[in-house]
Design a binder for this molecule. Structure first.
Ligand code: ADP
Length: 450
């Protein structure tokens, strides 16, 4: 079965009208019952008063009962004594009031429909020797209730119709910002993500929605920008070694060379291939990490042993530059982490320290406790240092302080990005203290209990 779908505006108006109809019906019923109870209350009070008067006069002087009818205007009552009628008003037989009640019911006034189809309210008092019944016409009460019913029944549809129309216009007014937002959203494309939705009142629901949407747009814009930069950077980085290989090959093909020269050409081509392989491996590692496809293998790791193994791996590079590479083994630190990932981070930081520290400089590695539950691996160098303006962005992919600085040394700007990810993947963080032209300290801080 096909479901009829209404617009939000129509649904709001219908809900509004429905709820209002229920309220109006309940309210009308309450008014009707209240007025009815009040009218009957008044009627019963009058009935009581008239009954008391008739009873009083009967007890004092039964012969004066006629005066009650004529002078006091009590026109509907009947007094019976020992089963026989003592007095009955002239209107009584005409009204045809014949109550059949048990004695227990007499205390409360009751209604009955007489033979001439009129409604009467009556009350009877029983005494051992006499019985007095007084009645009152209910016509006035019935007329008032009928008028009230007509007013209420006519009023309810009018109120509902007004509620539907009013609700529809109100909903239209309230939903104007949604229309404006939808129109604006339609115009937003990947190229115009900087545009934002208008926020009239940031504290109301639509304002909050627009603000949240704008924040999402800003995040998307950032992500798109990053993607664009990333694509441009990757293309650039891939092109450089390929161009180098191509030109080395072309030069070699231009003239016949001896065996040693060919070996040189193949050697430099292999160097470029190495560079390409490293770049692709690093990119793969970062991409896996960012897409959450990397699962770290946590185990208990002896930090001193891990740092010693990195130092031994890279010592030859430092020796080539006659640098003083020191690692002071302090206390024994063992933590829970992924050793391969952490080792990669330390390799990258130490490799950078060696790359960016001039010949005969000093590089120191330390492991020390920095807080109750934290241990830091520090790599300090006496190198170029990093300008303040670059410190924030240095951990971004492909960011280089000065491309000339690291191009010569084969860097593509991924080492620190991997270092930061590796620290975070092990529950830690990376920090940097640096002074330009004096040196830098990179610090990997890791939790000792995890
Ligand atoms: P790269 O492969 O270019 O070294 P990194 O991500 O490792 O890329 O480093 C980013 C940039 O940070 C480098 O280009 C370099 O300019 C700077 N840098 C990194 N480590 C150091 C350091 N120890 N001293 C000075 N500059 C550094």
């Amino acid at each position: 079965m096909k479901r009829v779908s209404f617009s939000v505006r129509a649904r709001l108006a219908l809900w509004h009208a429905g709820v209002l109809a229920l309220i109006v019906c309940a309210f009308s019923a309450a008014i009707f019952l209240f007025v009815r109870a009040n009218l009957y209350d008044e009627l019963d009070q009058r009935l009581n008063r008239e009954l008391a008067t008739v009873q009083q006069i009967y007890r004092r002087e039964p012969g004066e009962l006629q005066d009650v009818e004529q002078q006091l205007g009590i026109s509907l009552f009947q007094v019976t004594e020992r089963g026989g009628i003592l007095y009955r008003t002239q209107a009584w037989p005409r009204a045809g009031i014949t109550p059949t009640l048990s004695e227990a019911d007499t205390q409360t006034p009751r209604s009955l429909v007489s033979a001439d189809r009129q409604r009467y309210r009556f009350q009877t008092v029983f005494a051992p020797t006499y019985r007095i019944t007084v009645a009152l016409e209910e016509r006035a009460v019935q007329d008032t209730l009928r008028t009230l019913t007509i007013i209420l029944i006519a009023g309810i549809p009018c109120t509902i119709a007004l509620a539907v129309v009013g609700g529809y216009f109100l909903a239209r007014r309230v939903l104007i910002p949604v229309g404006a937002m939808a129109e604006k959203m339609q115009k937003i494309t990947a190229e115009s993500l900087v545009e934002s939705l208008p926020v009239d009142n940031p504290r109301d629901e639509f304002g909050r929605l627009a603000s949240v949407f704008n924040e999402m747009l800003a995040r998307l814009h950032g992500a798109f920008e990053q993607l664009r930069r990333f694509t441009a950077d990757v293309s650039h980085e891939l092109r450089t070694p390929l161009t180098a290989m191509r030109s080395v090959g072309e030069v070699a093909l231009q003239q016949p060379l001896d065996r040693a020269a060919y070996r040189d050409v193949i050697g430099s081509m292999l160097e470029e291939t190495d560079r390409l392989t490293r770049l692709i491996e690093n990119l793969l590692m970062l991409t896996r990490a960012e897409t959450g496809r990397f699962t770290s293998k946590r185990e208990t790791v002896d930090l001193n042993a891990l740092v010693v193994s990195v130092v031994e791996k890279l010592r030859v590079l430092a020796e080539e530059k006659e640098q003083n590479l020191q690692f002071k083994c302090g206390a024994f630190f063992s933590i829970q982490c992924d050793p391969a990932v952490l080792q990669q981070a330390v390799i990258n930081l130490l490799h950078n320290a060696i790359k960016y520290t001039p010949n005969k400089g000093t590089i120191q590695l330390r492991i020390r406790s920095v807080a109750a539950n934290e241990v830091a691996i520090e790599i300090e160098d006496t190198g170029l240092g990093i300008p303040v303006s670059d410190r924030e962005r240095i951990f971004e992919r492909f960011y280089r302080v000065d491309s000339g600085r690291s191009r010569d040394t084969g860097g593509v700007g991924l080492g620190l990005a991997i270092g930061r990810w590796a620290a975070e993947a092990n529950g830690g963080r990376i920090e940097l203290d640096s002074e330009e032209h004096r040196g830098s300290i990179f610090r990997i801080i890791l939790p000792t209990t995890s």
